[in-house]
Structure formats: C-alpha cells, structure tokens
Design a binder for this molecule. Structure first.
Ligand code: URA
Length: 197
C-alpha cells in the first residue's frame, strides 16, 4: 500500500467527524490493490464489515466475489470501498450529512489510485457520486463526468433476495472488465451518459 493510502486508512480508523463513530465497532477503510484499474464503491459497512473492519466481507461481499470470479478477477486485483466508512445503526441508508461528511475520504482514495473506471454499486453510491437515482434503469451504462469514467451496476445485496439480479450483476461485471481491457489497450470506449462540465 502506498504511504498516502495508509494515511487515509489511519484517518478513517480514527475519524470522529459524524455520529456514526459512536455506534460503530470498527470503521471500515477501503481495501485492495492500490494499482487497480477499477475502484468498486458500495454504500456503507454492514454488520460483518463493522465487526471485521473490512469492506464487503458479509453475504453481499460473497455475491460480489462470485461475480468477480465469474469474470476471472480476484478480490486481490481490485480496490473496494464505500461511500460511508462506518456502519449506520440497523443498516439504515446513510443520511445526507453522513455521506457528505465522509466524502473526502473517497475523493482521496480516487486521487491516489487514479482508477481508469469507478464501478458504482447501487443507488446510494449512484446518488452520492453522480446525483442519480433508479440504478436499475441505468445499470450497465458508462458515464463520464469531469474526465472520470464510471460504470453503473446494481448493489450485490440486491441479488440476495432477487434471483434475477444475479445474472444482471454477473453480466455487468463481465462487461466492466471488457471495458477495462479496452481502456488498457487505449481503445475508444462508448460513453452512454456524458455529464456537462
Ligand atoms: N454493503 C455495502 O455497501 N458495503 C459493504 O461493505 C458491505 C455491504
């Protein structure tokens, strides 16, 4: 891990900027390969993540790992983080204040890793990063905003209760890594949605 990323991690661990620090067991910094071409961004830690201090280690994490394996990608190859780094009580959706208070950590992670593309997992990340809603309508699409590419897909937790989303997530992740391959080969990637600067 780079020194800079280690600093972000330590700052997440000791953060007391919002009330989630009072109810958390552990803060959950991002984890993975700092040389990754892609950063995955989820919503917030759940019970298992709060217990272990690592992102996506519960049931939703298992679903994500399966979709990655299906695309021939290991968890060690990529970097995974969340919009909010501490578990909201009872897994409620993080509030606007919590999301805004936490946003600098994600900005720092992105500016250190400089991913070719950011995979937005689910509605909370979609709303926080791109101001979007209804991810199911936009999933599978490539977005460009301020010269950064994003790929939109459903949250892995959505696949737990809805079998239809298993295939959706698997196919989207396959498409994502096809795009990553094209980007690595300096090929032109089709942009579905362009944000005005
Ligand atoms: N859901 C998320 O959004 N993030 C995690 O780390 C775990 C579950």
């Amino acid at each position: 891990m780079t020194q800079e990323l280690e600093e972000v991690k330590q700052n997440v661990i000791k953060c007391t900027k919002c009330d989630l620090c009072k109810t958390r067991t552990n803060a959950v910094p991002g984890k993975g390969n700092f040389q990754s071409e892609v950063i995955f961004v989820g919503e917030a830690p759940g019970r298992n993540e709060d217990k272990n201090g690592e992102p996506f280690v519960g049931v939703a994490g298992k679903k994500l790992s399966i979709a990655l394996e299906n695309a021939g990608v290991s968890r060690d190859d990529i970097y995974i983080t969340n919009i909010v780094k501490c578990r909201p009580p009872n897994n409620r959706v993080p509030s606007t204040v919590e999301r805004n208070t936490c946003q600098d950590f994600l900005k720092e992670e992105i500016s250190i890793i400089k991913p070719k593309i950011i995979c937005v997992l689910g509605n909370t990340a979609f709303k926080s990063i791109l101001g979007g809603s209804e991810i199911t309508k936009f999933r599978g699409k490539v977005v460009r905003k301020n010269n950064q590419l994003y790929f939109l897909t459903v949250h892995p937790a959505a696949t737990i209760y809805n079998q239809e989303f298993v295939e959706v997530l698997n196919n989207d992740i396959l498409k994502l890594f096809q795009i990553v391959k094209e980007l690595k080969n300096n090929k032109k990637v089709l942009i579905d949605i362009e944000y005005a600067p």
